[in-house]
Write a protein that binds this ligand. Structure first.
Ligand SMILES: Cc1cc2nc3c(=O)[nH]c(=O)nc-3n(C[C@H](O)[C@H](O)[C@H](O)COP(=O)(O)OP(=O)(O)OC[C@H]3O[C@@H](n4cnc5c(N)ncnc54)[C@H](O)[C@@H]3O)c2cc1C
Ligand code: FES
Length: 293
């Protein structure tokens, strides 16, 4: 027995999109895999964000809204770049067999990622983590995001649209240039942009917008990502009006798979504090159990 195990490969080779046979190389009961995904397009959408489209393996295309991939980013300079970088999926295009990412260039990993060109292979591990859930009985949901959080919320809006559930997307940004995904959210529901430049992104104004949606019966559930103050607002209103909610949390990660405990955050469940790993117990959590950051 021991001898047989010793001869089993420790890790499988990556699935090469367009080349590997459908069932190889990973075992079907394992929900994630490492894959090499050819880049279809990779473009700047403003001064800070890039939109990346890849051809994806069947296992990668099974990603659920809110789940993420851990991407191997090339080094942008002469030094080594350790560790993959987590990115949630922005759009799942199962008809074309493609996945899309929308990311902000903030440091060496994302600036290295930005150097990849059309035709290059992106090495990605996933889908990872626990995604959003949706109750088929809901008629209308509200998504509220800011910055890169908008990328994470886009697929839940896509899923709501596919299931005939109405969506109001409140997109918060520094200025009009940074309201991302407006078109994508607009395909499935109503879009409300709130900006720092004209003062509409204040907590007071967003609270007034949410209050109107609640009064109109357009808020069966809340979803949020990307802003601590907006999360706190949704949590407070969710508690007051008995509206269920979910938050996609971010945390710096190392392994992305559960064993290293780099990504732990504190939660509160039934009045008691609990530590949970964002990579494997999240990144999506119950709005009322999450604490701020
Ligand atoms: C589950 C998950 C999904 C994500 N999805 C997206 C996405 O769709 N689009 C997107 O643009 N970004 C997303 N992020 C954030 C992204 O992973 C980080 O921006 C990226 O890892 C930064 O790597 P870097 O080497 O470029 O920057 P670094 O040099 O590592 O860091 C640059 C700056 O970014 C901060 N930072 C690094 N990692 C994170 C993080 N995980 N969360 C918050 N701040 C961080 C650092 O503290 C530092 O200030 C996601 C993060 C997680 C955990
Ligand atoms: S990143 Fe290693 S346990 Fe979460």
């Amino acid at each position: 027995m021991e001898q047989a195990l010793a001869h089993r490969p420790f890790a499988s080779a990556p699935f090469v999109v367009g080349k590997s046979p459908p069932a190889a190389p990973s075992e079907p009961h394992i929900p994630a895999e490492e894959s090499l995904s050819p880049i279809v397009s990779h473009q700047w959408i403003n001064g800070e964000y890039k939109h990346l489209v890849v051809e994806a393996s069947p296992k990668a295309l099974a990603v659920k809204p809110g789940q993420f991939f851990n991407l191997l980013c090339p080094s942008p300079d002469a030094g080594e770049l350790w560790l993959r970088r987590p990115q949630s999926v922005y759009r799942i295009d199962r008809a074309k067999g493609r996945l899309e990412f929308l990311y902000k260039c903030v440091g060496r990993g994302t600036n290295g990622l930005a150097t990849l060109k059309r035709g290059d292979d992106l090495n990605m591990v996933g889908p990872l983590g626990v995604g959003f859930t949706m109750n088929p009985g809901w008629k209308n949901i509200v998504v509220l995001g800011r910055g890169v959080g908008l990328a994470t919320l886009a697929p839940i809006s896509q899923l709501a649209g596919e299931n005939g559930i109405g969506v109001t997307a409140i997109l918060s940004a520094r200025s009009a240039d940074f309201v991302m995904g407006g078109e994508l959210f607009g395909e499935v529901g109503d879009v409300v942009g709130v900006l720092d430049t004209d003062g509409t992104s204040t907590v007071e104004n967003v609270e007034a917008i949410l209050g109107r949606l609640i009064a109109q019966g357009k808020a069966d559930a809340f979803y949020t990502c990307g802003s601590n103050r907006l999360f706190q607002l949704m949590k407070r209103l969710g508690k007051k009006h008995g509206i269920p909610g979910q938050i996609a949390m971010e945390q710096i990660m190392a392994c992305g798979l559960g064993p290293c405990y780099v990504c732990v955050r504190t939660f509160e469940v039934d009045g008691k504090q609990e530590l949970r790993r964002v990579c494997i117990e999240g990144p999506v959590f119950d709005l009322q159990e999450a604490l701020g950051w």
